[in-house]
Design a protein around this ligand. Structure first.
Ligand code: NAP
Length: 246
């Protein structure tokens, strides 16, 4: 099978370091460059602890993508940078897998237009954990039978956006069933947490709780790998892992 050449933005970050390891351990993936907010021109192994050699750090996304011409661009940075990088990649026709959160529906619509215009595949997923996707799907199923629900999302205290992309997406999926109301979202930020979400439905004399816990950032890597493989076949933007899994 042919190697998929990847450029990753955010390699020093908590998620980025997991992605570096996942790519290194995947037989069909090859990391050919990284984009960082600093360390321009250095090698990745000088910046983080890794056995991958000869991967150059770029500070400029456009320069990295035009120079290296990867098959897939992957972004785990922050909401502001992630949106800029995604737009650059799609305008250059580079297929992209975006894990960075903080994209609202108008951001997604705008990027969908750019992706379609350039016939470039892109997957933006607020949550790559397979269990989290099932939690969203089960919540949508439950919404057919309950008229009231609240979402409690809990994350580590360095998370920059609130509510989480997963919570917003879950609320949208529930409100698709309700056709009007949007469930209330509560955001909790505490040290010690990674990524957790509870969807609580209330009915006559009963409650239903649907909960997912990411206990380790490794939980996201299977979804990232599936997306890197799947985006090869896409020529438009897909928002949400559930739209490629089911
Ligand atoms: P993090 O630890 O803060 O890492 C972000 C990295 O991006 C940092 O190394 C940061 O560098 C770098 N960065 C900032 N600006 C940049 C730029 N212009 N070019 C290149 N790199 C830049 O955050 P994280 O926990 O890894 O999370 C990253 C993103 O993924 C967040 O949006 C988070 O919500 C999201 N996330 C998504 C999922 C999912 O399943 N989709 C799961 C978990 C997290 P500096 O430190 O120098 O700023």
């Amino acid at each position: 099978m042919e190697m998929i050449k990847i450029v990753l933005a955010g390699p020093r970050g908590k998620m980025g370091q997991q992605v570096v390891n996942m790519i290194h351990n995947h037989e069909n993936f090859k990391l050919i460059g990284v984009i960082d907010s600093k360390n321009n021109g250095m090698y990745l192994h000088e910046v983080i602890e890794t056995n991958i050699k000869d991967v150059t750090v770029y500070e400029n996304c456009e320069e990295a993508l035009t120079t290296l011409k990867p098959d897939v661009f992957v972004d785990f940075t922050n909401p502001t940078t992630g949106k800029i990088h995604t737009e650059i990649a799609l305008r250059l026709g580079v297929k992209s897998v975006i894990g960075t959160s903080g994209f609202n529906s108008s951001d997604v619509e705008r990027l969908q237009e750019i992706a379609s215009k350039n016939q470039t595949g892109c997957i933006i997923a607020p949550n790559f954990a397979l269990g989290a996707v099932l939690m969203m799907k089960f919540s949508q199923m439950a919404a057919k039978f309950y008229n009231e629900a609240e979402i409690i999302e809990l994350h580590h205290n360095q998370k920059k956006d609130a509510p989480s992309g997963t919570a917003i997406k879950t609320a949208e999926m529930i409100s698709q069933e309700w056709k009007s109301e949007i469930p209330t979202i509560h955001s909790v930020r505490l040290p010690g947490l990674i990524a957790h979400q509870e969807v609580l439905f209330g009915g006559q004399g009963e409650t239903l709780k649907i909960r997912h816990d990411s206990l380790d950032r490794n939980s996201f890597m299977k979804g990232v790998a599936i997306s890197i493989n799947t985006v090869q076949q896409l020529d438009s933007l897909v928002y949400g892992l559930e739209n490629i899994l089911f």
